[in-house]
Write a protein that binds this ligand. Sequence first.
Ligand code: ADP
Length: 474
Amino acid sequence: MNILFVASEVAPFSKAGGLADVAGSLPRALKIYVSSMLVITPLYGIIDQKKYKIKPLEYVGKIWLGQKTYPYSIFEATSDSSSHAPTWFIRSEQFFDRQGIYTDESGEGFPDNNLRYFFFQLVIMDLLSRKIIDFDILHCNDHHTGLLPALLKLNGINRTTVFTIHNFLYHGHFSEKELGLLPESLGRTFKKTQWSNYSALLEGITHADIVTTVSRGYAKELLAGENLDSNSIERLQALKNGLTGIVNGIDTDYWNPGVDEHLTFHYSPNDLTGKSQNKSVLLNHFKLSPEMDMPVIGSISRLVENKGFPLIVEVLEEYAGQGVKFVFLGSGDPHIAKQLQDLHQRFPNNIGFEDGFNEPLAHLIEAGADMFLMPSRFEPCGLNQLYSLRYGTIPIVNRTGGLGDTVLQWSPGMGTGFLFEPYRVEALRESLELALQTFSIKAEWVALIKRAMSQDFSWDWSAQQYFKLYESRK
Ligand code: ADP
């Protein structure tokens, strides 16, 4: 069984969020089950070509898009393959050679994002029609790859297509005019949304043979039509083979407090000394007062409303006033960044905020904080709560999607974290109170840390579920 896995971001090469983590680690986990695995992704200007020994292959070509042709060439990562599956990159000076994945340095989305991913998908089709690549299963991820299932079908290419929804919020809407740039047959197949445009996400769902999403809880919420427009509900309910929820795993080699390359102090459930040493480094990094007995609550997140920031800013003042410490790492919405910056200025000893994307600091927060705050309004799977559990950093989460599937409510001697519902500030406050009370009972807290750290979120089980799905279509 030969698999082609296509994604717009793939860790460790490029990363904007959880999609990259999954696209980096799932293909590696699947490698042992399948005959061949190839990942294809764009070669963005931000990718460190030296570090990953990214070299050109002999394949070059050009793509018609509208009235113009755009050249492409193919590169390959030749660095030690233990950190990544075999990966090819599509180089395009016009579309990908930029200092950002989806946005420019100021955080603005590129105005030609639709065109960029149309191009990406047409290159995949070109490679296939020129027999440079072939596969039994094409695994597409999110709207950037949503046209491929239809493109394959319309070209009479009989291969199984899998489409995974990592986040239903992002549709990749495109206009009638943009549709006109694509092969004509798509125009006859695609259906307009209720806003009179088209959705790459919905077309992926409609034309793929198998549709999955990244947790059972999220699959249920989507099928129940929670917060969805009528058009989306219709398309999801029309799925012949249903919507399969498979929870994401994590890369347990890279996210391992025992050997983490980004940490000076390592630790394990049997010896937590390193965890408190990391706490001290963390407090120092954010220049917070070094009160080791006070709980530190961490957050690493894209700064967007649905990650729960409206609730967070409502409780910050109260708890920071009591001496609880908060550390935030995130980039995104300038309004949220300003709110966090203002709160940091008012409570410089208790609230730390770094605006930006910082991988080593993300690891330090996971290791050094006592608790991890993730009150997302909805969360398809969520990875940070999984990293937090592995690092003994107790998650406080809204009971939604993957958060509800992976965190077990604490009660004396049981559970791995604190869940609240509904999505209201009073419910969050109650959960925080319980977490803070539990933190003050040392033996109970240490037992909780050990339970959290012993949970298994490796990819083994989930990769097997994907493999079974692939096999079911043979
Ligand atoms: P989403 O994909 O919705 O952003 P996830 O929790 O699934 O949320 O995954 C987010 C991933 O991105 C995690 O690996 C998280 O550590 C990482 N991340 C998010 N923001 C930052 C940041 N500012 N700096 C470093 N890593 C970040």
